[in-house]
Each structure stands twice: as C-alpha cells, then as structure tokens.
Design a protein around this ligand. Structure first.
Ligand code: TRP
Ligand code: ZN
Length: 880
C-alpha cells in the first residue's frame, strides 16, 4: 500500500507565477538509447508576483539532470537542488538565462506523456503536464514563451523532423545525422509544445484564407497509411472555412500540420500548428472506416483545429479552467457537425452521451463542477463533465443570448484576451459585456456539480381555458457539496392540441400573435407558468432540443408519448418521446415473468416508423434504437443487470418477431446499389438497413442470415461489412459467426484500426464477450498491452458496454478488471485510471454486485506503488 499521500491541488491557492519565461530555446539530440535535451530559458521575475525573493522552481518528472548553467556559468551541484519533481535554484537575479541539460529515455516511456516512441517514430504529448517529462520548466499554462526548437536525428531513420511554427533552418550533420530548426512566433504554454521525428510520408494541400493568405496544409503518416488521409484533409479545409464564416477566425501561421500516431492516450491534441492524432481518429477509407468513424474524424479534426483560437490564442490560466477551452471548443465542433450533417441527429447523439455517461459521472463519486475546485491528478479531469457538460453550459449561453449576441460576445472574448491565459469567468464576463445580460446566477453552472432535476406538474382549468405548469428545481448533493442554490435554466417548451398542431403560447391574457415555442427561464426553486386561451388540455413538449442538461420528471401517460412520437415538430422531442416510451415499457417488465404482456401499441408505433418515408430517415434510424443497457442502469436505483438485460432483450425479440416482414422490406428498400456516399441520407439508409439486419438475425431469421452473409462478403464499404459482422456476432448462428470473424481477421489483420473494431465487436457482445474469450483475446497476436487503443477495444468494450458479461454474478468480471488495472498502472497510469470508471459506479448496483465491485476496488487500493492517477479515482470511489 502506498504510504505517502498524494497532494490535493486547490483552485483557492492559485498564485501568479513568480517567474516568467520570455523565450525557450530547445535542442533535441535523438538517439536509439535516449535523447539529450538542451534547454535555454530567458527568464525574468514576474512584476505582478508578491513572492519577491522566492527561489526559481522548475517542474520535472522522470528526468536525468546533466547540467545547469546560469548566465553561461555552469553551476556547482550545491548551487541548486534537484528534488526529482522540482529543480530549485535559490539565487537568481531579476533577469537571467538558465541552461539545463537533461537525458530522457523515450524508448522506455510507456506512459505516453512527454517524449515517447510509437511504431518507430518519436512523438510528444504534453497536455496537461507532459512537458516536465522532457525538461525542467515552469510547466503551467499561464507561463507563455516563444519557442525555438532544433531537432537532430539520424537522417535515414528520421527524415521528417517537425515542431511548432515555421521551419527556419535545416542541414546535414556528421554521422548521417541531420537537423531542422523550427520557430513559433506565438508565445505559448508548454502544454502546446510538440515534436515529431520519423520516416513519414507527406500529404500536401493548401487553403486560402478569407484575407487571401495561402496556408500550406500537410499530413504526415506512415507510408502504409498514405491512402487514408483524404477525408481528414477535406474535413480540415471545411473546418477552416467554417471558422472564418461563423466565428470570423482566420488561421494565423503559414503551415498547419497533422500527424497520425498509433499509440496515444486520447483522441487528438491541438499543439500549435502541429496537431497530433490517434490514428483511429484521423485515418479512414471507405473500405476500412464506418460512417460513425468518418463522422468522428470530421468532428475531431475540426475540434483540434478550432482550438487554435479557443485554446491556443486564448488559453487557460490554470487547469481548473480546462472547460474554458474544452467546453467552448466542443460546442464549436458540435455546431460545425450540425451544419455539415443532420442537426437533430447530432443533438440526439450528444444528449445520449450526456444523459448516459455524464449524468452518471455527476451522480457518482467523481462528480465535480465544470470548473473544479480541487484535484489530485489533472489527467483524471479530462471528463465528460469538463467536455460535454461544459459544452452544454456554453450552448445555454448561446441560447439565452441568441446567435447574434453570442457572436458579439465571442468576438469580444477573442479580442480582449488574445495572447492571454484566462478563466471561465473571463469568458462569461465577455458574454455579459457584449450582450448586456446579467449572468451572475448562471455562473453557478460552473461552480455547482450535480445534475439539476426539474419536477414538472400541470393542470388544465377548462372553464378559464388556462393551462398551468408548475416547475420545481432541485440540485442534488454531490461529494463535498450540499444545500445548493437554484440554477438559471433555459427551458424550451411547446404545446400541442389533439390534432398535433402547435398552439400559441399565450402567457398574458391580452396577448395576440403569441409564439408557438418559448424558452422559459427557470431561476428559482419553484415557478408557475400560465397559458391562456386554450380549448382543451394540451400535450406539453418539454425541454425541446434538450435546451439544458437537466433531468425532467413529468408523469407521462403512454398515449401522450405515442402522440408526441408522431406529432412533435421538435425532432429531438419526437425521438425522446420514443425513448421514454421504450424505457417505460422495459422498466415495467423488469422483475416480472415472461408471461407479462408487452405494451401492444409499441409494435404499432415502431411499424409506423419503419414505414415512414416522409420523416428524416436519419431521425427514423435513431428512433428505432432502443435505449441502451447503460442508460437503463443509469435510470435505476439498485441496478440488477441480468434483469435489465433480460427485459430489454424481451422487448427487442418481441418487436423483431412482430415486425419481421416490415424489417425485411426496410432492409430491401435501403439496400441500394451505387456509389458509396457520405451524405446524411446515404448514412441514414445504411444505418436503417443494418438495424433491420441486426434485429432479424437476433430472431434467427434464415432469410436474413443469407442477406447478412452476402452483405458481409460483398460490401464495398466498412459500414456494411461491419454491420453484417456485428449482426452475425450477436446472432445465435454460431458457425456463421465464427467463419465471419475468422475471415474478417484474415482480410484485415494488417490494419490496426480495423483489428481494433474486430476486437471490440467481440468484446462488447454478450454472445462472444464472456470472460474466457476476453482472456483469449488478450493473448491474441494482435493484442498489445502497450497500445491504448487495443486495451480500450478489448477491456474498455467489455467493462463499459458488455454489461451482462462484466456484471457476472460470480464477480469474475470485476476481479478481472482490477487485475488489468493493476497491471496497467505500472506502464500507463492515465489509461489505468480511466478503466476504473465502471467499478466506481458500484453504489448504483444491487447489493450482490456492489459488494463485489467494492472488493475489487479495495484490491486495487492495496496495490504497491499505486500511481496518483489510480489512487485518486479509487480512493474517491471508496469514500463515503
Ligand atoms: N486537449 C486535447 C483535446 O481535447 C485532449 C488531450 C489529448 C489530452 N491528449 C491528452 C488530455 C493527453 C490529457 C492527456 O483536444
Ligand atoms: Zn479539446
């Protein structure tokens, strides 16, 4: 067990830096057995710091210090203190140059923070605190410096040498080595530093900005991936144009580079001028990537590009402000994706993620505000709350202000804070100043954790023709936060009459020409709203387009939900009504025997959907998907996974059996030959077709088996091939499943991204993903413990998606996960800590499960030399 307790960092203890770095000159000597890093800092005391006379303290991690020189004079080892995680130099003048030489071992860096090697190339990941694994430095985002970086390496093994900014010098050296020097004219925090060295092919394109400047666009990938760059490049150009048009943001350097690396802890990183991507989030071709992956690539390429303004030009003062750049940038990429595809479907996908996973986080032991007040390991705070709830908070500001005022606010924010490291409060202030709106109460969204709950009641006064809505708000307690204040919630609403027509929302008896949709502003604990001039009790359409990240409780009758499913003009709420109905039906079966009748109207409403060709087919495809097991767990008190799984399965089988002919017709209708297209309509057709196929195979339909086999073998794109494979894997056709899995591996074994899909299809399926098979996959030749994507595609998919197998009542799934976490903790603590999430939710489950989950957590807690990453998540999970 670990004896030293990792330190907690508090926002309240923030102090401006005592020293500022004006310039950093780096020289990297890259070798096979390590790298020597020469760093020369031009430092001056910060006039704004109160801490006069404080020694210079630089952060470091896993560094071997070789020498320190002050103003050109090498220091005796008594003139500084090397504490490992800090280099302290007590006597420094007002201004000086400090030269530090360190030795590091990228080839042994399995944490993938700092400088490391991935399939033979050198690359970096510095956010949040990786730069300190490269050299001693004030590694905090409010220290911004100009970087000049010289990279030296063997010319034949590493012909391509990249860093931020523009190349200013290059040449050959002795012993077959060469160098390139890069200069970044924009001062930046160390977390945005990047370096890449490797044998990479270059893909070039160009973009002309709104002011007529030509930007060189380059992608660097391993030669085997040279045919998988086009889509990302195209997405980049569309994102660049979009940011000019929608936000008035022009790109600022002459070059913009993207590099793909196989070993990466997250999705991608916005390093200035040199974005580095996880291969799985950037490389794609029709034959190897599904529609969902294309959409993910488009969103992530845009996200990282948008960071150039929301993150790089204006950055975070400290890591408590992480959502300043992430929440805003996710909002920007979501707007972009909505504009490029189907806005309703994008909203449904985002709301699904938020309600399934972020609500769970907000109700669990790791709950934290969008702007946290403390942390132990910042790597644990790249969360759904920071990103996704942070996005919702920006979206609410957008909706409260309207697009025009929001744009004024963002213009003011960028203009006022360009080149600065600022806080979420500065962002809100710019929005306030530009719009004249008071967002004082709104700021609670940044400070209070927990998902607000709105309890809605209504009644109709037939005599007066008045419809009354009562809305009560509560914000639940979360660890360390109780008795919270009511928040400012934009609540979009419409009312429908019995024909399905939108009613005018007349809130003032004298009003004429009232709008049919309003955004009510909930600010207190209780509100009453009255709507006049109505002839009958209307059907309410609540929280349209998911106008706030809250839970809404209203005593829905099934007729109302069925009615909204086919009449609500708000696409999001049509879908949501269907989800609520399906949830209600599934929940009513949990714990009942198989004789219990399944709501007959459900079949009819799904039949209507399957045959509806007037509705956006992308929306239809979403509406056909039953709520996930994860969401059903999130909605329950003491989840019993086998019962939830069984009830959901019953509904699925019931629907598929009753709708067999409609499903087959839907498949045929949408199985059109022709060129592969990535339009939203073509994507919707493939999605519908593959849903139909999946349902039909689920009920063992022989005709569908023939269709699936044919589609699996002859598909000209991965969406269809994987759709057929997934349907086969989840079916009862054992032999065909095995044959298809073998054939698929045989065909794609040389493509790591496809092999990852092959792993996760099996691991996420309750048909194939039982523990013995998971262990078998861990021993497979393509599995690699050092590669986070492989770990995620087997272990992550098993514990996160395959609920019936993970929650095996014998506890074996939990023990297995604990064992994997302990193993990974020694090599990659960030990845290990993320895998704790499924166990951290132990209190949500019925006692037989929760007790065993807790035991698994305790076994991790008792491991020797636990990283602070895993320490924080496990200890917070076990705290009461
Ligand atoms: N800033 C990155 C993004 O959201 C996130 C990121 C990439 C990251 N790699 C990381 C965060 C490693 C922590 C550790 O765009
Ligand atoms: Zn980001």
């Amino acid at each position: 067990m670990r004896t030293d307790q990792p330190q907690t960092i508090y926002l309240s203890e923030y102090k401006v830096p005592a020293y500022l770095v004006e310039q950093i000159e780096l020289r990297f000597e890259l070798f096979e057995d390590g790298a020597r890093v020469h760093s020369t800092l031009t430092v001056r005391r910060n006039p704004e710091s109160q801490e006069t006379g404080k020694p210079l303290e630089l952060d470091g991690d896993s560094l071997k210090l070789e020498s320190v020189a002050l103003n050109g004079e090498t220091l005796e080892s008594t003139a500084y203190e090397d504490r490992g995680d800090k280099l302290v130099v007590p006597d420094v003048p007002e201004q000086f140059q400090l030269a530090v030489v360190t030795w590091i071992e990228p080839q042994n860096n399995t944490r993938l923070e700092g400088l490391y090697k991935s399939s033979g190339m050198f690359c970096t990941q510095c956010e949040a605190e990786g730069f300190r694994c490269i050299t001693y430095y004030p590694d905090r985002p409010d220290v911004m410096a100009r970087f000049r970086t010289r990279i030296e390496a063997d010319k034949s093994a590493y012909p391509v040498l990249l860093s931020n900014g523009n190349p200013v010098e290059q040449g050959d050296l002795d012993n077959g080595r060469h160098f390139v020097t890069w200069e970044d004219p924009f001062p930046k925090p160390s977390y945005l530093f990047a370096l890449v060295a490797g044998d990479l092919v270059e893909k070039r394109d160009s973009f002309t900005t709104c002011s007529g400047r030509d930007i060189d666009l380059r992608m660097y990938v391993e030669p085997r991936n040279s045919e998988k760059c086009d889509f990302a490049m195209d997405s980049l150009k569309r994102a660049m144009r979009w940011d000019e048009e929608v936000y008035g943001r022009e790109y600022d350097l002459d070059i913009f580079m993207i590099v793909a690396v196989d070993d990466f802890n997250m999705g991608a990183m916005e390093n200035k001028g040199l974005n580095i991507f996880n291969s799985s989030c950037v490389l794609a071709s029709q034959e190897t990537a599904t529609d969902a992956i294309f959409q993910r690539i488009e969103a992530i390429v845009a996200h990282e590009y948008f960071h150039n303004w929301s993150g790089n030009r204006v950055t975070c003062r400290d890591w408590f402000q992480l959502s300043l750049k992430e929440g805003f940038t996710v909002f920007r990429d979501a707007q972009f994706s909505a504009d490029e595809g189907s806005p309703t479907v994008k909203r449904i996908e985002d709301a699904t993620l938020l309600r399934t996973a972020q609500f769970a986080e907000d109700a669990g032991p790791m709950a934290h505000p969008v702007r946290p007040a403390s942390y132990i390991e910042i790597g644990n705070f790249y969360t759904l709350t920071i990103y996704e709830k942070g996005e919702e908070v920006v979206r609410m500001i957008h909706n409260l202000l309207g697009s025009e005022m929001f744009r004024k606010g963002s213009d003011l924010y960028f203009e006022r804070h360009d080149g600065q490291a600022v806080t979420t409060d500065d962002f809100v202030k710019a929005m306030e100043d530009a719009s004249g709106r008071d967002l004082t109460q709104f700021r609670l969204w940044y400070e209070q954790a927990g998902t607000p709950v709105l309890n809605v009641e209504d009644d109709f006064d037939a005599e007066q023709g008045v419809y009354r809505l009562t809305i009560r708000q509560t914000v639940p307690d979360t660890p360390g936060q109780t008795n919270k204040k009511p928040q400012h919630i934009p609540f979009a609403l419409g009312l429908l009459d019995s024909n399905g027509d939108a009613l005018p929302l007349n809130m003032d008896a004298a009003e004429t020409d009232a709008p049919t949709e309003r955004v009510l502003e909930i600010t207190g604990a209780e509100h009453r709203f009255e709507f006049y001039g109505l002839d009958e009790k209307p059907v309410p359409s609540l929280l349209r387009d998911f106008s706030a990240p809250v839970r809404v409780h209203y005593p829905w009758a099934r007729e109302q939900l069925l009615f909204l499913m086919s009449h609500d003009p708000d696409g999001f709420n049509r879908w949501d009504a269907g989800q609520r109905l399906a949830i209600d039906v599934i929940q009513s079966l949990i714990g009942h025997d198989d004789e219990t009748e399944i709501e007959p109207r459900l079949v009819e409403s799904y039949r209507g959907l399957l045959n509806n060709d007037s509705l956006d087919q992308a929306l239809v495809a979403k509406m056909l998907q039953l709520p996930s097991e994860n969401y059903l767990v999130e909605l329950s008190e003491q989840a019993d996974v086998p019962s939830i799984h069984h009830a959901r399965e019953r509904v699925l089988l019931h629907l598929a059996n009753a709708l067999r002919d409609d499903l087959l017709a839907c498949y045929q209708r949408n199985n059109q030959a022709g060129e592969y297209e990535l339009t939203s309509d073509a994507i919707a057709r493939r999605s519908l077709k593959n849903i139909a196929l999946g349902w039909l195979l689920h009920i063992g339909d022989e005709e569908a088996l023939a269709l699936a086999t044919e589609q699996f073998q002859n598909a000209d794109n991965m969406t269809d091939r994987l759709g057929a494979l997934r349907a086969l894997v989840n079916s009862g056709f054992d032999q065909e499943r095995t044959e298809a899995l073998d054939a698929f591996y045989e065909q794609f074994q040389h493509d790591p991204q496809v092999v990852e899909m092959w792993f996760s299809v099996q691991s996420a399926s309750h048909k194939t993903g039982q523990l013995p098979h998971i262990r078998h996959l861990l021993g497979h030749e393509a599995f690699d413990w050092k590669n986070p994507n492989k770990v995620r595609s087997v272990v992550g998919a098993f514990a996160g998606q395959n609920l019936p197998a993970f929650h095996n009542p014998d506890g074996s799934g939990y023990e297995f996960l604990a064992e994997v976490i302990c193993r990974l903790d020694d090599s990659n603590p960030q990845i290990a800590a993320r895998l704790v999430t499924p166990l951290s939710r132990w209190k949500k489950f019925a006692p037989t499960y929760s007790e065993q989950m807790k035991k698994a957590l305790e076994s991790i807690r008792d491991k020797e030399a636990l990283s602070k990453d895993v320490y924080e998540v496990v200890h917070k999970s076990l705290a009461d």
